[in-house]
Design a protein around this ligand. Structure first.
Ligand code: G6P
Ligand code: ZN
Length: 541
């Protein structure tokens, strides 16, 4: 047996998990002792790992292979009984969530900074999921942060790296390490939810699709499911090999970072359907020929049509969306007569609702949707549900969207991001708006009257946990609103997100035109451009 080593370490500042795990510059994670200190705090915060089973994998970004070896050694030295690791240390976030649940593991660690660029100059991240397969809730992440401030030692083993390149079982000290195919169980789960025969028939009839894996983790999943199991033409999946630097791409499926895909779909001869996913496979973007489906609309369409897929044929118990996500799904829920919950940003807030059976589908404006099949959002799941809906309805994306807007009206929606701002500047904008909240109602700005304004606070209806300060909302006349909040996932300075929304029955026109008054009202009230000195947002989704 290799020796257990007790190494001394100094606490590091700022090991505070954000919206989705601890995310920092890769260089920070590579500072001596940084990863170890955090991982020991994680282990201690969940009551130690002695005798427990851990799932481990990630999106294959730079430093992940090395980090996986460190974590395995530490888990073994802390007495873990078993580690289930994706081959090559790969596991998409939804596949990791599924594996935790399937195998009854106690917890999982996903090595990813999601859609943030990777590489030595890029970002790295460590996410903790618990036994239900979902992200650790606030109570646990706060405990990790508290422990990280006083930690003075960590446990590891004096051993070499183990080979993670082939499936099979091995041991590390007294811990069993099981290296599994990262794709197979997940692909089986999808086959149980969707009508693969109908989707296969759709492809056999000549339906053409492009799926852009953005050189990130979904490549192997999409190839197996779309090309092998569903018979999509070889080459349907592009950028299909996970690369440690994502080939220099920013693996975020939105019109800015997947501009090539959008251009393809706007050009003559576009395929019938296109989709992209992010670094760790939990996000999705949907496109049809000449059509970009906003994430909030994608979620609403999925909720309205989910019953067409075998896995949801019994209907939905309820839906949940994050507060900044548009109210498009609220209208679907009202029509279906089901509960609709409004939560703070971050998938972790859906966990209790999913576990309690009060929400079957959850979605966010940040290109995330998912269901109770796992406890994470799931990019490929959303793409497959779309395919199932297109196959069942025998219609294309544009026809599905038009029909949706005809039935429910259209919720015009856009998010404007101001990135890499000095923290003090971003705080000044937020504080400035917060101070005005009480006096805003009744004021008319740019033709719109403020009908309500607050700082969003949430009480979890299942476990009563209260969460305050989750974004400033300003409701306007004409079924319009804007929301302003600080991103919790950035690694450079602060990012302000301005979310614009307006509902109307006429669905024709350009999104930004339709939202121009709302944007002008937001600027007049919050003064983002004025206070930041920026001419406009960096990213518009
Ligand atoms: C991650 C989380 C999502 C969240 C998104 C945006 O992807 O998993 O739940 O909506 O980040 O977070 P941010 O704080 O950057 O707006
Ligand atoms: Zn992600």
């Amino acid at each position: 047996m290799p020796d257990v080593l007790i190494q001394t370490v100094q606490p590091f500042e700022g090991q505070k998990p954000g919206t989705s795990g601890l995310r920092k510059k890769t260089a920070v994670f590579r500072s001596p002792g940084y990863l170890e200190s955090y991982v020991q705090s994680v282990f201690d915060a969940i009551g130690g790992v002695a005798g427990k089973t851990m799932v481990l994998g990630g999106d294959g970004r730079f430093f992940a292979a090395e980090a996986a070896q460190t974590i395995l050694r530490m888990a073994a030295a802390n007495g873990a009984a078993r580690a289930i690791v994706g081959q090559g240390a790969l596991l998409s976030t939804p596949a990791a969530s599924h594996l935790i649940r399937l195998r009854g593991a106690d917890f999982g660690i996903v090595l990813s900074a999601s859609h943030n660029p990777g590489g030595p100059e890029g970002d790295f991240g460590v996410k903790l999921n618990l036994g239900n397969g979902g992200p650790a809730p606030e109570g646990v992440t706060e405990a990790i942060h508290a422990l990280s401030r006083t930690i003075d030692r960590y446990r590891t083993l004096a051993t070499d790296d183990i080979d993670l390149s082939a499936t099979g079982a091995t041991t590390l000290g007294a811990m069993t390490v099981e290296i599994v195919d990262p794709v197979a169980d997940y692909a089986d789960l999808m086959a149980g939810l969707f009508d693969f025969a109908a989707i296969r028939a759709l492809f056999a009839r000549g339906f053409r699709m492009r799926f852009d894996a953005m050189n990130a983790v979904t490549g192997p999943y999409a190839r197996e499911i779309l090309e092998r199991r569903l018979g999509a033409a070889p080459g349907t999946v592009v950028n299909a090999v996970p690369l440690s630097d994502f080939g220099g791409l920013h693996p975020d499926p939105n019109p800015t970072w997947a501009a090539d895909l959008v251009a393809l779909m706007n050009a003559p001869g576009a395929p019938d359907f296109a989709a992209a996913s992010d670094g760790d496979g939990d996000r999705h973007m949907i496109l049809g020929p000449g059509v970009y489906v906003s994430p909030s609309d994608s979620f609403a369409v999925l909720a309205a049509n989910a019953h067409l897929a075998p896995g949801y044929a019994r209907g939905l118990a309820g839906v949940a969306r994050s507060m900044p996500t548009s109210s498009a799904v609220d209208r679907v829920a009202a029509a279906l007569g089901i509960e609709c919950h409004e939560t703070p940003t971050g998938w972790k807030f859906f966990g209790t609702l999913l576990d309690a059976g009060r929400a079957t589908l959850c979605g966010e404006e940040s290109f995330g949707a998912g269901s109770d099949h796992v406890r994470e959002k799931d990019g490929l799941w959303a793409v497959l549900l779309w395919l199932d809906i297109l196959a069942a309805r025998g219609e294309g994306v544009a026809a599905v969207m038009e029909d949706h807007w005809r039935r429910f009206g259209r919720t015009w929606y856009s998010r404007h991001d101001y990135e890499a701002l000095p923290q003090a500047v971003a705080d000044r904008v937020i504080d400035g708006l917060r101070r005005q909240l009480a006096e805003l109602p009744g004021r008319t700005v740019c033709g719109l009257t403020v009908t309500g304004a607050d700082d969003f606070a949430y009480v979890d209806p299942v476990d009563g946990t209260a969460t305050a300060g989750q974004g400033l909302r300003v409701r306007l006349s004409d079924e319009a609103r804007f929301v302003l909040r600080l991103s919790g996932t950035g690694t450079e300075g602060a990012t302000l997100r301005l979310y614009l929304e307006r509902h109307g029955d006429d669905w024709h026109g350009e999104v930004q035109d339709r939202l121009a008054e709302v944007a002008a009202a937001a600027e007049e009230i919050a003064g983002i451009r004025r206070l930041t000195g920026r001419a406009g947002p960096h990213v518009v989704t």
